[in-house]
Design a protein around this ligand. Structure first.
Ligand SMILES: *Cc1c(COP(=O)(O)O)cnc(C)c1O
Length: 414
């Protein structure tokens, strides 16, 4: 009889998006004339700029000729792309090419990286946040079971991010010292980016306590405020303690093409105990390199050429136009909600607007109100963690006209 990894049985079914879908389709069945506007989507909608597609087509053609055909590529990515990343994104930070690992997604990498660490380490995760961090740690057996009364797993540190702390968890609020710390900035779902000062505190804390920070910067391209770092390596001492995840998904519309990268500086070391005797240090860069060489065969050449084209002058310009489109949607949503009298957060450095439900209404009850009264679909905040209760996420990835129409309804009928 086969034994399974019982940690999988601890996972809670993610009802979030399936429940949203079910509620919307039931409502549509009863109200076939309702003009529903979906502001719940967490996926990009703008098409890929031509300059990127041209690069992909050219690379595709190369595959048809013996002189330019390519088989397996380097597991960690082609140097033409890694060099562009170093030059454009990390120029002043002295990151080298062999510290950049090209992958097929920040989702996969933030999930897979947990493999490098012992099962018994203590993990601290922002709450609310992208659910991948928590669920992968459940799978690896780092958590206890799920407690219905609190909405939390045992043996995980939930770093609350609410109105009370301006949605910025701080190290001084920790009741115990974690080993691994997950920070998502700009944050999905709150849309709040961590300030330089707070990030500095985290880097100092991690250096002092020998922690490692996993820094998910998938929405970095949306940052506009000057006191928000674009990379954790802008902070002194971060290279010793931080791994950074970036993606072409939200930046360049690659959610369907798949390309991302992870930065693991050579200075980043973990301290471990050798047979209960001596304390030793080991390079995380070496471990990650070994892990990827064994389990990964690289991102397709064609897509890496597409990612390279995002760094051309025209590529940069077109991507910026798409991001500006989403950011204008975010401004429209934020202003609209404020005019309608709601308390709103985020939407400045991120494509997400996080609204506080009025009078302490529960997230799911507010979902029903939005659907039935205004025919607007959003995402209940509690779906991203227990501290998301009483909040609601609207996204800026939708169509401009529909976004404007949605806000008009809210302002007129509230
Ligand atoms: C969308 C998203 C990603 C991107 O994942 P990919 O696998 O690169 O598409 C990563 N982190 C967060 C928080 C996200 O919302």
């Amino acid at each position: 009889m086969i034994a399974i990894n019982k940690n999988f049985l601890k996972l809670q079914d993610s009802y979030l998006f399936s429940t949203v879908r079910k509620k919307v389709s039931e409502y549509t069945k009863d109200n076939p004339d309702a003009k529903i506007i979906k502001l719940g989507i967490g996926d990009v909608t703008r098409p890929i700029p031509k300059v990127i597609l041209d690069a992909i087509k050219k690379a595709t053609d190369e595959m048809g000729y013996i002189e330019t055909f390519r088989g397996y590529g380097p597991e960690h990515g082609y140097d033409f792309l890694r060099e562009k990343i170093v030059k454009n994104d990390y120029e002043k930070m002295e990151i080298s090419v062999d510290e950049i690992f090209i992958s097929d997604g920040a989702k996969c990498d933030t999930a897979n990286i947990t493999e490098l660490f012992d099962q018994n380490i203590k993990v601290a995760i922002s709450d609310p946040v992208y659910p991948v961090y928590l669920d992968t740690n459940v799978m690896y057996g780092r958590t206890g079971s799920f407690q219905c009364s609190t909405g939390k797993y045992e043996n995980v540190i939930y770093m609350e991010a609410t109105e009370k702390n301006n949605f910025e968890p701080k190290p001084e609020d920790l009741e115990e010292v974690p080993d691994l710390i997950y920070i998502c900035s700009p944050n999905n779902p709150t849309g709040i980016a961590m300030s330089r000062n707070t990030l500095k505190k985290w880097v100092e804390y991690a250096n002092y306590n020998n922690c490692i920070i996993l820094y998910d910067a998938a929405y970095e391209a949306f940052i506009e405020e000057s006191d928000v770092p674009h990379s954790i390596y802008e902070i002194e001492g971060a290279k010793n303690v931080a791994i950074e995840f970036k993606s072409f998904s939200k930046t360049a519309g690659f959610t369907g093409l798949r390309c991302a990268y992870t930065v693991v500086p050579k200075e980043c070391e973990a301290v471990y105990c050798d047979n209960g005797k001596e304390m030793r240090k080991i390079s995380i860069n070496k471990l990650w390199e070994r892990r990827c060489s064994t389990k990964f065969n690289g991102v397709s050449y064609i897509i890496q050429r597409g990612a390279e084209a995002t760094y051309s002058d025209e590529g940069k310009e077109k991507i910026k136009e798409n991001i500006e489109y989403y950011k204008e949607n975010a401004r429209i949503i934020k202003n609209g909600l404020q005019s309608a009298g709601f308390t709103v957060y985020g939407g400045v450095n991120a494509p997400y607007v996080w609204l506080k439900t009025p009078n302490g209404v529960k997230s799911w009850d507010f979902f029903d109100i939005m659907l039935e009264k205004y025919n607007i679909v959003g995402t209940p905040g509690v779906g991203f963690g227990p501290s998301g209760e009483g909040y609601f996420r609207l996204t800026a990835f939708g169509d401009r006209e529909k976004t404007i129409e949605a806000m008009k309804r809210l302002v007129e009928f509230r």
